[in-house]
Design a protein around this ligand. Structure first.
Ligand code: ADP
Ligand code: MG
Length: 142
């Protein structure tokens, strides 16, 4: 499924819808360049799950945990991982195979440890469509 958004609000709204429909155990693998809107989409999903707290990119930790929503929300940003092994130190399995909703920014960097089934969301820009245009492709894997 392909969704095109033309401003931040539309991407947020898509995230909210995904968060509202999310079931426990959902893992969302986010792909796309820096500044494409991965964190914006994650903010929407958090909101859709009922998280009131401000969600920002977990820059200093690999995972940020939000417990106040319908299900726990586990927001990963693996951009700064030196080695996929660091995911084991974080205990990613408890999150990926737990009862919460996981969202992983830069998931292409940890492909080998993604679960067999996940929702892949690729976000890309298209300068010809304007600076705020985003093409968001959702693919169910496995
Ligand atoms: P990432 O996490 O992928 O690095 P961010 O979500 O932090 O990206 O930043 C996305 C940036 O793009 C924000 O500054 C946001 O305001 C801007 N932006 C412009 N148009 C859109 C859009 N349609 N959807 C999402 N973000 C957008
Ligand atoms: Mg980000």
């Amino acid at each position: 499924m392909v969704i095109e958004t033309r401003n931040v609000k539309e991407t947020l709204e898509l995230g909210i819808k995904i968060g509202q429909e999310a079931k426990p155990g959902l893992v969302i693998a986010l792909e796309g360049d820096l500044g494409v809107g991965k964190t914006v989409l994650a903010q929407g999903v958090a909101k859709g799950l009922g998280v009131e707290e401000m969600v920002c990119s977990p820059t200093f930790t690999i995972v940020q945990v939000y417990e106040e929503g319908r299900y726990p929300f586990y927001h990963f940003d693996v951009y700064r991982l030196e080695d996929p092994d660091e995911m084991y130190e974080v205990g990613f399995e408890d999150y990926f195979y737990g009862e919460g909703v996981c969202m992983v920014e830069w998931a292409e960097m940890i492909k080998e440890i993604l679960p067999s089934s996940y929702l892949k969301i690729e976000i890309s820009k298209d300068p010809q469509q304007g600076v705020d245009y985003r093409k968001i492709t959702l693919t169910q894997v496995g």
